[in-house]
Design a protein around this ligand. Structure first.
Ligand SMILES: C[S@@+](CC[C@H](N)C(=O)[O-])C[C@H]1O[C@@H](n2cnc3c(N)ncnc32)[C@H](O)[C@@H]1O
Length: 309
């Protein structure tokens, strides 16, 4: 597959369920902390909400521009009163709300975090997220900091094995880490295709449910973007930003992030979990959009100060 693969547009996952869980939002400010291509934001605006959208990917600003143009075409006056976009990490959500002009004290009515990567990020080979699309081994959502190639070519065998075990839940972590270290002795590993091929060769033969590179790619993506650390900080910041009785809705796509979401929504002293078990996409949605298959939706309500234990 060429590195110039065209990205398919991102289809928002579990859209109706998200809107339902976020509650009535007419004229209230909502933060969409993972704007992507803006699918959820557009639906929120259509329901009368005002949205502050955040995304760390520089490419998301083009989608924000397109949305602004559509608002102008639709004759929405004072569009700034309905939609604002900030490029940044949701771990610093409070700062982003402030730079979008929302005073810290006033709070938002709801927050949505639709975690993970967008279809654009996966499908554009040159972003280096996908083992099925050849491209530079990058994986940085924000474009800053060390890339996946930096990690793969500089970490020790022990560090790589620990990361694959912890963040990829990869059973053969030591063996695959050994294969990476031995392959790089021949020269640096610089492309997704190179890495995927060497993992495929190193994987023990036999039946398996998924591609031999899947878990290693997941682990590297989590490391490169500090996904679990930023999720913990982002959830905390979202809870703090909510007004009393405000709603928090999170879509998680793998068990490591879902575990953090589950624990936060159950144990945070300011939250009441509204979903005992996670909600999942319907069969018909999964058939239409296979990326919805692994989605788990959890929702919570911020307790009013009198109700906080
Ligand atoms: C699944 S997509 C969101 C898709 C979006 N809901 C839509 O309908 O188009 C996830 C997005 O979250 C962004 N993202 C992931 N982690 C982030 C973080 N820590 N801070 C800000 N944005 C993040 C990614 O760059 C990506 O664009």
């Amino acid at each position: 597959m060429s590195s110039a693969t065209i990205a398919t547009p991102h289809v928002p996952v579990m859209l109706e369920r998200c809107l339902e869980a976020l509650g009535p939002l007419q004229d209230s400010w909502v933060v969409d902390a993972t704007f992507g291509a803006g699918g959820h934001t557009r639906a929120l605006l259509a329901r009368g909400a005002r949205v502050v959208a955040i995304d760390q990917d520089p490419g998301a600003s083009q989608h924000a521009e397109a949305l602004r143009r559509d608002l102008a075409t639709a004759g929405v006056s004072r569009a700034e009163e309905r939609f604002r976009f900030v490029q940044g990490n949701f771990a610093e959500l409070a700062d982003h709300l402030e730079s979008a002009g929302l005073p810290r004290a006033s709070g938002v009515r709801a927050a949505l975090l639709d975690l993970g990567v967008s279809s654009m990020q996966i499908d554009e080979g040159e972003r280096g997220f996908a083992f099925r699309h050849d491209g530079p081994l990058d994986m940085r959502m924000s474009g800053d900091g060390p890339s996946a190639a930096d990690v793969v070519n500089s970490w020790s065998h022990e560090e790589l094995a620990a990361a694959l075990h912890r963040y990829g839940e990869e059973r053969h972590s030591r063996r695959l880490a050994r294969a990476i270290v031995s392959a790089r002795e021949e020269g640096p590993i610089t492309t997704t295709g190179q890495l995927a091929a060497l993992l495929q060769r190193a994987y023990p033969p036999g039946k398996r449910r998924d591609h031999p590179a899947r878990r290693t790619f997941q682990a590297l993506r989590i490391v490169v973007n500090d996904e679990l650390g930023t999720l913990t900080r982002g959830l905390q910041a979202a809870v703090e930003a909510l007004e009393p009785d405000g709603r928090l809705v999170v879509l998680a796509y793998h068990s490591l992030e879902d575990r953090i979401v589950k624990r936060t929504l159950r144990e945070h002293p300011d939250l009441e979990a509204l979903t005992k078990r996670p909600q999942q996409a319907s069969q018909s949605e999964i058939e239409a959009n296979p990326r919805a298959r692994s989605a788990k939706l959890r929702a919570a309500r911020k307790l009013t100060s009198e109700a906080t234990p």
